[in-house]
Unconditional design. Structure first.
Length: 109
């Protein structure tokens, strides 16, 4: 699906797709899991946690931040990152809705 086709979908569908797409890389999943574990951290901590170079980690952090999954605040020379609760709640609601509907259709297929 090309980028120009997104106008055929609802704002909610596009927003969920952006969040899920940002998670579609194992390094980004690892970053989110690390942020859940430590609650907040600086970029250097994340670099020490992953088998990736600092520029690569920074690019993944940028993708997560652009999608709205994480937020960052500047503290001195470092940027502290944490999960964005609102975006995580959107994903939680989306997958809970799927789960609820599947529960109702246990004998469907």
């Amino acid at each position: 699906m090309g980028a120009t086709k997104t106008e055929h979908f609802t704002d909610r569908q596009n927003a969920i797709a952006i969040l899920i797409k940002a998670l579609a890389h194992p390094a980004r999943v690892a970053i989110v899991e690390y942020l859940m574990k430590v609650n907040t951290c600086i970029c250097g901590d994340i670099v020490n946690e992953l088998p990736l170079s600092q520029p690569t980690v920074s690019q993944h952090l940028k993708e997560l931040k652009t999608a709205g999954l994480i937020k960052g605040t500047i503290e001195g020379n470092a940027i502290c990152y944490c999960l964005d609760e609102k975006s995580i709640s959107k994903l939680e609601d989306y997958f809970a809705n799927i789960s609820t509907r599947l529960e109702k259709k246990k004998n469907c297929c």
